[in-house]
Ligand binder design. Structure first.
Ligand code: GLU
Length: 306
């Protein structure tokens, strides 16, 4: 099978410089090996992701020249498919309903915490009897969790190398569907990448620690995992991670100050693909792209500096 990369943006706001960088790396990586690109709008949280944002996002990608060959229906329209996937996972005996609130988990005595600070699920609802479940169900709808094994899930990231996590000890039983019915990112992203036949996932290294959970879902669903390449994050000169809060670094502002080629050149220079900060088209950058030229450390960038 040929290579299929993807853009999977969450349109909760205008594209940000960090999103542009990840999208550019995904495009260069797939295109440099003759691959195709897929676009999927990840708007599971419809309140945070109004439809207009997706149109602006497509326009921003086109403006940058980051083209795609296929577009998957956006996540907000795929609940039926996710229900099916949840049911398939249910058949493996690993899914259970849970009525714990965030407050319950935070206040649990001696609860160990995962590296990202969330409390590891203590198993409160894991072994409820049918009667106990029925009694709770009569009060309010549950959320749904996946029971994880006490096992190390390891993989080799194409950029960061060996990465592993013991899901039971370092992550805990994780949520597949929230009590309000919204499907969780981990389930939707895995289900969609499987449906589309994505072979290569390129994204920010903030998602490196989600990867073992997703690999475990691939295993339960009997699907082959894609290759993963995580990319460094962009930080401001004061060390802060660039985020959507920095309105001055979203494409609405950047498009007024730069041409697409200036912006691509700036990012390519910061990523080590260009020796000097100069304009560059994607066509010019394509032959320069190689994973071993991209740093592993986060990239400090001051787009308005000299
Ligand atoms: N939708 C996620 C984001 O915008 C990316 C998901 C992924 O690449 O797996 O951060």
């Amino acid at each position: 099978m040929g290579c299929l990369g993807r853009f999977a943006p969450t349109p909760s706001g205008r594209m940000h410089l960090g999103n542009v960088f990840s999208a550019m790396m995904a495009w260069l990586s797939a295109r440099s090996r003759g691959g195709e690109m897929l676009l999927r709008i990840e708007d599971l949280d419809t309140l945070r992701c109004p439809k207009e944002n997706a149109d602006v996002l497509r326009d921003d990608l086109r403006w940058l020249g980051l083209d795609w060959d296929h577009e998957q229906p956006c996540q907000s329209s795929r609940s039926e498919y996710y229900e099916e996937i949840l049911a398939r996972l249910g058949e493996t005996g690993t899914v259970f309903p849970c009525w714990c609130t965030r407050g319950d988990l935070k206040n649990a005595p001696n609860a160990p915490h995962a590296s990202d600070g969330h409390p590891i699920y203590p198993g409160t609802c894991r072994e409820l009897t049918a009667e106990e479940r029925a009694a709770r169900l009569a009060l309010r709808p549950p959320l749904w969790r996946l029971r994880v094994p006490d096992e190390v899930i390891a993989f080799t990231d194409g950029h960061y190398g060996h990465y592993e996590e013991n899901l039971a000890r370092e992550c805990g039983d994780f949520i597949l569907r929230r009590a309000d019915g919204v499907f969780a990112y981990q389930l939707a992203v895995t289900a969609d990448d499987i449906a589309a036949g994505v072979t290569e996932v390129v994204r920010g290294r903030d998602l490196l620690s989600s990867t073992p959970r997703q690999i475990y879902l691939y295993r339960l669903l009997g699907a082959e995992t894609p290759d993963y390449f995580h990319v460094p994050l962009l930080t401001a000169p004061d060390g802060r991670r660039l985020s959507k809060r920095d309105r001055d670094l979203d494409l609405g502002v950047l498009r007024q100050r730069y041409t697409a080629e200036e912006l691509l050149g700036l990012l390519a220079h910061a990523a080590g693909l260009l020796e000097r900060r100069e304009s560059a088209s994607l066509r010019e950058l394509l032959p320069l792209f190689a994973w071993d030229r991209i740093p592993q450390e986060d990239i400090t960038l001051d787009p308005f500096g000299s």
